[in-house]
Ligand binder design. Structure first.
Ligand SMILES: Nc1ncnc2c1ncn2[C@@H]1O[C@H](COP(=O)(O)OP(=O)(O)OP(=O)(O)O)[C@@H](O)[C@H]1O
Ligand SMILES: [Mg+2]
Length: 529
């Protein structure tokens, strides 16, 4: 337990930068390792490729079994991104080919159509250089020659020219009756070279087979020469020297760049998150503390209010009782002036008592301590009783009250619901005009509820004020406000009581000067659980 606390304290104090810095360092180290690994792997591949290709060239160029193979080994080229081939490499390549293939007449590099390097004689070439295996032999040094062109880059290419006679041995096939097709080993067997001079009476190619395997094409053709079938095999070997020895993939560079970027970005994001989390933590702790404080203050305030309000009630009792006794004149005759003053004392004491009672009730409601004593009873009777208690007040003001009461029995707290009706009726009385004031009370049972409406023709309530009516201490402030003030607690207490019955209360008014109707609804069967 003790250890756990120490660890917690340490964790709390640890800087928000340490872990992000470590993460950043790991990412950076990881990407560096990957970068160097991949780079060295690529370098190894390049080296081994260079070795392999060099060996292949050197071996392939050695002649075997006659001319055709020799010539075919001339189909060796630099292709691809040879801009990376150094001139030393190219020289070595050219010399290797020329040195070991005496039949090769020419080896030169084209830049567009210009010869930029030539081995050995430029003027031997008798045709333009738009040939990539032309459909007729090129004439080089007065001889028909086969040429193979290999792109070095976009503008430059390497051309290897070989006397055609070596390829199609003169005398073996008469020049007018041969057909030879060379298919590209690399481009999906695209026809690279095709020579056909058919139509002569003496013969034509009757069969041509071509197989490709292990860097070699075997061409087998049969021709019909002067009625004799002739079978000939060509074994065309080729080696493609891919000179693009430099690393072509950039993955390792991308990984390094991404690693460097992420090693900064991720720690920054982590630090930001950590700082935000710490600030949030601090704030929520402060809020929690403030909340605790508030709860304490609230509790002591509630206790204080309850105590004060309760203590205020007590001194009122003798004031009210003695002023009533004095007013009854049992203790002696009062003159008119004395009686008037005593009456004023008595009324004020009653008002004060009501205010204190409302304050107490509102406080109880807030604390959830208002208990209702709900019993089966007759609601219409309660309305009638309340009305008759207030009747003198109504008569005094000359207000006409009409009742439309159905006999409704339901479950309610008689004292509290009486308080609700009294509050609402006194409000109505306060806001209707003298002499012409009218109040209509109706009660009916509807849809399992007792529905009470108390409508008056008083000053009404502006539409935008209706919603706030049931809030504590809320009073609509208009010039036409009532004469006797009030504390603004009555309706909030009514709402608490009605809702405590599982019912609802709402006010309705068409606006100022258009009267007010209060609607109360409580379930007949009492509050459902
Ligand atoms: N019948 C009504 N006609 C017009 N305005 C009303 C009516 N009933 C209530 N109001 C308005 O609603 C306000 C709140 O009423 P509520 O009964 O809560 O407080 P109060 O009557 O001002 O004071 P209290 O009832 O605590 O003595 C009133 O001040 C008044 O502005
Ligand atoms: Mg009131």
């Amino acid at each position: 337990m003790c250890c756990f606390r120490i660890i917690q304290l340490n964790a709390k104090k640890s800087s928000p930068f340490i872990i992000p810095a470590l993460v950043g360092a790991f990412i950076l180290a990881g990407s560096l390792i990957v970068f160097f690994q991949l780079s060295s792997y690529q370098a190894q591949i390049i080296e081994s490729n260079k070795d392999d290709y060099t060996k292949v060239i050197e071996n392939t160029i050695s002649r075997r079994e006659g001319r055709v193979q020799t010539i075919s080994s001339g189909i060796i080229g630099l292709y691809g991104s040879s801009e990376r081939v150094s001139s030393a490499e190219f020289d070595r390549f050219a010399q290797t080919i020329l040195g070991s293939n005496s039949e090769i007449l020419n080896l030169f590099v084209l830049d567009g159509s210009t010869i930029v390097e030539s081995y050995p004689i430029k003027e031997y070439v008798g045709h333009d250089f738009d040939f990539l295996f032309p459909d007729y032999p090129t004439v080089v040094a007065g001889q028909k020659a086969m040429t193979a062109e290999f792109a070095i880059n976009e503008t430059a290419s390497l051309v290897i020219a070989v006397p055609f006679g070596y390829f199609i041995p003169e005398g073996t096939i008469l020049s007018e009756q041969y057909k030879l097709v060379l298919l590209s080993p690399i481009d999906d067997n695209e026809v690279l070279y095709s020579v056909a001079k058919s139509g002569g009476a003496s013969g034509s190619v009757v069969e041509l087979l071509q197989k490709e395997k292990d860097n070699a094409i075997t061409v087998e053709y049969k021709t019909n020469l002067f009625g004799h079938k002739l079978k000939k095999y060509y074994d065309l070997r080729y080696v493609l020297w891919d000179a693009s020895f430099e690393a072509q993939s950039y993955e390792h560079t991308i990984i390094l760049v991404a690693g460097v970027v992420l090693s900064f970005v991720i720690p920054v994001l982590l630090v930001r998150t950590n700082l935000l989390r710490a600030r949030l933590q601090e704030k929520s702790e402060a809020l929690e503390r403030a909340n605790e404080e508030l709860k304490k203050v609230e509790k002591s305030k509630d206790e204080f209010v309850t105590m004060i309000v309760h203590d205020l009630k007590n001194p009122l009792l003798p004031i009210k009782a003695y002023s009533e006794i004095l007013l009854s004149q049992k203790l002696g005759q009062l003159n008119e002036e004395q009686a008037k003053r005593l009456h004023s004392i008595s009324t004020s004491a009653i008002t004060l008592q009501k205010m204190i009672q409302d304050l107490l009730d509102a406080n109880k409601l807030e604390l959830g301590k208002l208990r209702l004593d709900i019993q089966e009873g007759n609601l219409s009777e309660l309305v009638r009783r309340t009305m008759s208690e207030l009747e003198p007040e109504f008569r005094k003001k000359g207000v006409a009250v009409s009742l439309e009461l159905q006999d409704v029995s339901c479950r309610f707290d008689s004292m509290r619901m009486g308080q609700v009706f009294q509050n609402i009726l006194l409000n109505a009385l306060d806001f209707v005009p003298d002499k012409t004031g009218k109040i209509h009370i109706s009660l009916k049972s509807e849809g399992g509820n007792a529905v009470i409406t108390i409508a008056d023709n008083g000053i009404g309530i502006p539409k935008d004020k209706i919603d706030g009516l049931f809030a504590k201490f809320y009073q609509v402030s208009t010039d036409k406000n009532r004469r006797y003030g009030g504390s603004g607690l009555g309706l909030s207490v009514c709402k608490g009581i009605v809702e405590g019955h599982g019912g609802m209360i709402r006010a309705e008014s068409d606006g100022e000067g258009k009267g007010t109707t209060m609607h109360i609804m409580i379930p007949l069967a009492g509050k459902s659980a």
